[in-house]
Design a protein around this ligand. Structure first.
Ligand code: HAM
Length: 416
């Protein structure tokens, strides 16, 4: 038997309905914030992620699904959406003549070769959005607002925004120097990966999963102490805006995020201090890194699988329809013909309708009525059909009424 791959899931039945519900809420909310929908290809040139996300990140070093196609191209299944959206932005020259920001959202599968565990998948879905063109703090606030309110609309009222700033290039490089000085005498006590990170990208040591609980990391210098005046003022302004907008945030000075492209604002959203349900930040340098003109940008991605899990764990009531409107029962061939066109007719009129397609006995069809939790049922009857009439029955109250074939839709409309 061929089974599904580790870290992947089939999504069907109730899980599929829950997902459809969440997707609809998120899409509607994005519309209100004036973000347009985008889908990018599942695979991209590997170089996009190597340069975009960063050669020394865990994602690129350990987690990407890389392969060669039959034309010997180096390709990668997208592990995240920001670099592909930036590629799209540059390729379509959307940077020219920007009088308003370019704002897009996506809902896409991502692929990361991670050790699967609860909430950590190899095929995961991210709902994310990116905003290009504005370097104003108000657009950081807009992105945080959209992310934060999405969780709240989904019923996760207690989410917290963990917020930090990496500052601008100057602040970041001062901070890097301070980290190198600090880690130099301790580096042998950290994991092998961290020793390598020390050489290539010392900031990454701070979000090492292996050394996470280590006191050396806990006492490391904080980004916030190395900000220049401008970066400091930016951060203060952002906090003011978040307070005005009543967004529940805490400053987490250890938050650096695992991807290379961020500067200034970084944030994650979590519930009761558990793992991140989403993360994002500003990435003013990425468009240029990927050969476009310097363009400020900020964005966020929600882990949809984790978010739905959190909704379930927190008892959020996810309304899903587990009933149909009408079941049409029949016995004879003539009745079957009527059933065939009547179901189509009523379905096209907007009702959820089912009929038998398994040659079941009438008794077994009645069982289907209950299994589908049908609100109404009609037992077709040749004699009655001669007068173009049927008897429609409310499955709960057992009340019956005879109506003509043409009036079934009106009857259902009036009674449901
Ligand atoms: P990220 O922090 O790598 O950021 O991922 C965002 C969210 O995706 C995480 O907070 C988590 O909820 C979910 N996630 C990540 N990996 C997994 C996994 N293996 N299984 C289940 N869920 C997972 C980014 O991807 C950035 N592109 C976000 C961004 C957008 N920054 C700016 N714009």
């Amino acid at each position: 038997m061929i089974t599904k791959q580790k870290g992947t899931n089939d999504i069907y039945g109730e899980a599929a309905k829950k997902r459809a519900y969440v997707n609809e809420i998120l899409a509607t909310l994005c519309e209100k914030y004036n973000y347009g929908y985008i889908e990018t290809p599942v695979f991209e040139a590997s170089e996009l992620f190597h340069r975009g996300v960063g050669e020394t990140t865990d994602m690129v070093q350990k987690e990407t699904y890389d392969f060669k196609d039959r034309g010997d191209r180096d390709l990668t299944l997208r592990p995240e959406g920001t670099a592909p959206v930036v590629r799209w932005f540059i390729e379509n020259k959307l940077y020219g003549n920007m009088t308003d920001p370019v704002k897009v959202f996506y809902n896409m599968k991502m692929y990361r070769y991670e050790r699967p565990q609860s909430g950590r998948m190899r095929e995961l879905t991210q709902w994310g959005f990116e905003c290009f063109g504005s370097d104003e703090v108000i657009s950081d606030a807009e992105v945080i607002s959209l992310a934060y309110n999405a969780y709240r609309l989904l019923g996760l009222d207690d989410v917290v925004v963990e917020l930090n700033t990496l500052g601008d290039t100057e602040s970041r490089s001062n901070y890097r120097e301070a980290l190198v000085e600090y880690f130099k005498p301790h580096i042998k006590d950290l994991c092998e990966d961290c020793q390598e990170r020390f050489e290539k990208n010392p900031l990454r040591i701070l979000d090492c999963k292996v050394d996470a609980g280590n006191d050396i990391l806990k006492h490391a210098p904080k980004t916030i102490d190395y900000l220049n005046e401008e970066s400091k003022a930016r951060f203060e302004k952002l906090k003011d805006l978040l307070e005005l907008m009543d967004i529940n945030y805490v400053v987490n000075t250890n938050l650096v995020r695992g991807l290379d492209y961020y500067n200034h604002t970084v944030f994650e959203i979590s519930l009761n201090g558990s793992y991140a349900l989403g993360g994002g930040g500003r990435y003013n340098g990425l468009v240029e890194t990927l050969d476009g003109p310097s363009t400020p940008a900020v964005g966020f991605a929600m882990g949809l699988d984790r978010t739905i899990m959190a909704m379930e764990e927190n008892g959020v009531n996810i309304p899903i329809n587990d009933s149909i409107d009408l079941y049409i029962l029949y016995v004879s061939d003539t009745e079957q013909e009527t059933a065939a066109y009547l179901t189509q007719d009523l379905r096209l009129n907007g009702f959820i309708v089912e009929t038998d397609s398994m040659k079941k006995s009438l008794k077994a069809q009645f069982k289907s009525v209950d299994r589908f939790n049908s609100k109404y049922l009609i037992v077709l009857n040749e004699e009655e059909l001669k007068t173009n009439k049927v008897t429609i029955k409310d499955n709960k109250t057992k009340e019956e009424e005879q109506v003509s074939l043409n009036d079934i839709a009106d009857y259902l409309d009036m009674h449901m």
